[in-house]
Ligand binder design. Structure first.
Ligand code: FMN
Length: 214
C-alpha cells in the first residue's frame, strides 16, 4: 500500500508533522511519499498512483494554503473515492478562549466546503511559535498574539506545542480506516480485462460495510 502526504508549510512545523506521519506509516508497512506544495506548485501529481492521501496545511492570517485548495479541487472526483484525511496546524486551536477554537473550526469547515472534500478524518494539531523564523514585523505580531493568549513572549526561543502522541493516534486511526476501505480479495482477484477499473482501497467499500452492519 502507498500513501501520499501532501502539505504546505511556511515556517516548517507542518513539514515536521508530515515527516512524523511518514515515519509512523512506514513503521506500519505503508510506503509514503511527501510532497511540499511550495517546492514545485505546478508539478503535476499522479494522485491515482496512491491508495490513500493525507493533506496538511497550517493556518496563516485565518487561511489555509490556497495552492493546496487548487489541488484538492482538481482531484475532487478521486478524493471522493479514495481514503483521505486532513490535518490542520494552528495556534488558535489551543487557545483557552473557546471562540478562538471555534474560529479555527469555522475556517476548516469553509475550506472543506470550498474544495468540496469530505475526508474520512479531520484533525487539529497545535503548531509552533517559531520566533527565529519570523521577520521583525511577524515577530512583533506573534509576540502580541502570544501575550494576549498568555503564551510565551521571549523571542529568543522557539516553542513547539504539537502533541506527538495525538499525531500517532491520528495515524493509527487512519490506518484502521484504510484497512476497512479494502476491496474484498476475491472481488479484486476476479477482475477481467473487461472490468471497470477498481480502486483497491475505496471509501465506497467502507460505506458498503457500514450499511451491511447497520
Ligand atoms: C504570520 C502568522 C499568522 C498566523 N495566523 C494564524 C491564524 O490566523 N490562526 C491560527 O490559529 N494560527 C495562526 N498562526 C500560527 C500558525 O498556524 C502556526 O505557527 C503553525 O505552526 C505554522 O505552521 P508552519 O510552520 O507549517 O508554517 C500564524 C502564524 C504566523 C507566523
Amino acid at each position: 500500500m502507498r500513501a501520499l502526504i501532501l502539505f504546505a508549510t511556511d515556517e516548517g512545523q507542518t513539514e515536521k508533522i508530515a515527516r512524523h506521519i511518514s515515519q509512523r506509516l512506514t513503521e506500519q508497512g505503508i510506503a509514503t511519499d511527501r510532497h511540499n506544495i511550495a517546492v514545485d506548485p505546478n508539478r503535476p501529481i499522479a494522485l491515482d498512483a496512491y491508495d490513500a492521501v493525507i493533506v496538511g496545511s497550517p493556518i496563516h492570517y485565518s487561511h489555509y494554503d490556497v495552492r493546496l485548495a487548487e489541488y484538492l479541487k482538481q482531484f475532487r472526483d478521486l478524493l471522493h473515492e479514495m481514503p483521505s484525511a486532513f490535518f490542520s496546524v494552528s495556534l488558535g486551536i489551543m487557545s483557552e478562549d473557546d471562540s478562538e477554537q471555534d474560529e479555527v473550526r469555522k475556517i476548516t469547515a469553509a475550506y472543506l466546503h470550498e474544495t468540496d472534500w469530505n475526508p474520512l478524518l479531520t484533525i487539529h494539531f497545535a503548531g509552533a511559535l517559531t520566533y527565529s523564523k519570523y521577520n521583525w514585523l511577524k515577530r512583533k505580531l506573534m509576540q502580541w498574539v502570544a501575550k494576549k493568549e498568555g503564551g510565551p513572549t521571549d523571542t529568543r526561543f522557539d516553542y513547539e506545542f504539537t502533541n506527538w502522541k495525538q499525531v500517532d493516534l491520528f495515524v493509527d486511526q487512519f490506518v484502521e480506516f484504510i484497512q476497512r476501505c479494502k476491496q474484498p480479495d476475491e472481488e479484486y482477484a476476479h477482475r477481467t480485462m473487461y472490468s471497470k477499473p477498481v480502486r483497491r482501497y475505496s471509501v465506497a467499500n467502507l460505506r458498503a460495510k457500514a450499511e451491511e452492519s447497520a
